[in-house]
Design a protein around this ligand. Structure first.
Ligand code: SF4
Length: 243
């Protein structure tokens, strides 16, 4: 895709979603944001926001989490899924924060990805939202899916998708782009059934261009199989039925 088309898509999304939030995750400081993002892997932000108040009440800082009991941490974060691995990750992450970073959350992607359980996605979220520094594009499940469908990137690998988006868009757009794609993914272009008929991007979207014939045929078939109201009895049908 050319940069000019990508920019058109960005501008359409900007109009469609005029109010982007500061974050989908609730947090009061950098430590809380970092831990919340680790917990958000394979889990909804809504569920993370339910779990974190109890977690941060019990472990308000890196030191308390680093010395926390693993079973207790597990039982608190269980609803977020993959809780055994996540509990180890956040406890180990807190320990490294204490040992190597004076209990402070580092401000660069390179330092952040040196922490246990922290990949580029988490590191990009923390640098952008906690420190207002942009080093890359946050590639979550919605950004990945929409980038492929729209045609921003043909890659499956998230690092390659990130590189494609960084080439396609100006650095100033990287942070809002993620929010727009997440909102559009949640509202219209969902994983199971994208609602292309009501999508403002249809005219510029590769998926739509490649599938519009099939999508129209599916719509026709759905209309055909839709339950029809019973036919009114006419004299002819009544006669045929012997009535
Ligand atoms: S046209 Fe369809 S596939 Fe393309 S972005 Fe819109 S909903 Fe998603």
């Amino acid at each position: 895709m050319e940069s000019i088309t990508a920019l058109k898509i960005y501008n359409i999304l900007k109009i469609e979603y005029p109010d982007i939030p500061r974050s989908f995750l609730e947090f009061k400081n950098c430590y809380q944001l970092l831990i919340a993002v680790i917990l958000s892997a394979q889990c909804t932000d809504k569920m993370v926001n339910i779990v974190t108040p109890k977690l941060f009440a019990a472990y308000p800082d890196a030191q308390s989490l680093a010395s926390g009991n693993l079973d207790d941490i597990m039982s608190i974060i269980k609803p977020t899924g993959f809780f055994q691995n996540k509990a180890k990750s956040i406890k180990n992450c807190a320990a490294v924060l204490v040992e190597k970073f004076d209990s402070k959350v580092p401000q660069t992607v390179a330092e952040l990805i040196s922490l246990p359980g922290v990949g580029r996605k988490t590191a990009n979220v923390v640098t952008q939202i906690a420190f207002d520094k942009t080093e890359g594009v946050v590639i979550d499940t919605h950004v990945k899916r929409l980038s492929n469908r729209i045609g921003f990137s043909l890659h499956d690998d998230v690092d390659k998708i990130e590189t494609d988006l960084m080439k396609l868009f100006d650095i100033k757009l990287w942070k809002p782009l993620t929010f727009y794609l997440i909102l559009h993914g949640r509202n219209i272009c969902n994983a199971r059934k994208p609602d292309c008929d009501h999508c403002v991007l249809a005219a510029l979207c590769s998926y739509y261009a490649d599938n519009k014939g099939a999508l129209a045929a599916t719509d026709k078939a759905v209309q055909k199989t839709a339950v029809k109201p019973p036919l009114k009895k006419t004299r002819a049908t009544a006669k045929k039925a012997g009535k």
